[in-house]
Design a protein around this ligand. Structure first.
Ligand code: G5P
Ligand code: MG
Length: 224
């Protein structure tokens, strides 16, 4: 799919906008490696690592993890991926993180899921997550085949500690104050592509068509 080029993409959007859901479709269709900062943090909490124990209260309260911790964690994972094409989900979330990423890698495109806040609140209270893989379900939208169990492994699903209505409100607030400026940052660099809607199934065909076009033009440039 990528021929000679390494393709580096970021997916952004408010909490619950469908970043994880759309990322799963992108990785399946285009074969990019998916790296989700939230999944990495939750895996650390689950494994009770030093970092996980330190960051748990921050995440449960809907606050962002400090920039230096987050940037070090993600950039070291990205460096370990070397020449792979990747899709970053949940990072960068502040301008300082975006600058740190820029210092290490050139991002080809930033996909922004623009979903209204009212839609989001309903979704998150009915989300169920398979913590080891980050697979997400929703009792209305995409229920698991057997209630409470992951389709692939049969392991139990959990509700995230930060999906309570009060914490979702705090996460949306921190998105507005700390993450929206990152959209401006990427818009000014000419790499931001925004997709607006209330349903993932309607947004997805536009994202898919955009990525096909983008990859086609990158591969053509590489062939010159
Ligand atoms: P995360 O894990 O990055 P958020 O808050 O950015 O968390 P979240 O909640 O994971 O994002 P999402 O991935 O955008 O949301 O959405 P999703 O899981 O795919 O979809 C949400 C639900 O809606 C699912 O149940 C899905 O099935 C359903 N759904 C999808 N589409 C539809 C639809 O069309 N209709 C319906 N009805 N349902 C649908 O970050 C968590 C925390 O980690 C820390 C922070 O504390 C953060 O709050 N953190 C960082 N801190 C600092 N810097 C960073 N870079 C950080 N990254 C993470
Ligand atoms: Mg997610």
């Amino acid at each position: 799919m990528f021929e000679n080029r390494v393709f580096r993409a970021v997916i952004m959007g408010p909490p619950g906008s469908g970043k994880g859901t759309v990322s799963a479709r992108i990785t399946k269709t285009f074969g990019l490696k998916h790296l989700s900062s939230g999944d990495i943090l939750r895996a650390n909490i689950n494994a009770q690592t030093e970092l996980g124990l330190l960051m748990k209260s921050c995440i449960d309260q809907g606050q962002l993890v400090p920039d230096d911790v987050m940037s070090r964690l993600i950039l070291s994972d990205l460096r370990a991926m070397d020449q792979s094409s990747w899709l970053l989900d949940g990072f960068p979330r502040t301008v300082s993180q975006a600058e740190a990423l820029d210092g290490a890698f050139r991002v080809n495109t930033v996909i922004n899921l623009n979903v209204p806040f009212q839609t989001i609140k309903q979704r998150l209270t009915s989300r169920w997550t398979h913590l080891p893989s980050g697979r997400v379900y929703n009792t209305d939208f995409n229920p698991p085949k057997v209630a409470g169990l992951d389709d692939v492994t049969g392991e139990p699903l959990f509700q995230r500690d930060d999906d309570t209505p009060e914490t979702v409100t705090r996460r949306l607030k921190s998105y507005e104050t700390q993450t929206e400026p990152v959209l401006e940052y990427y818009r000014s660099k000419g790499v931001l592509e925004t997709f607006t809607g209330t349903e993932t199934n309607k947004i997805w065909p536009h994202v898919e068509a955009f990525l096909h076009r983008k990859l086609h033009s990158l591969n053509q440039k590489a062939a010159l």
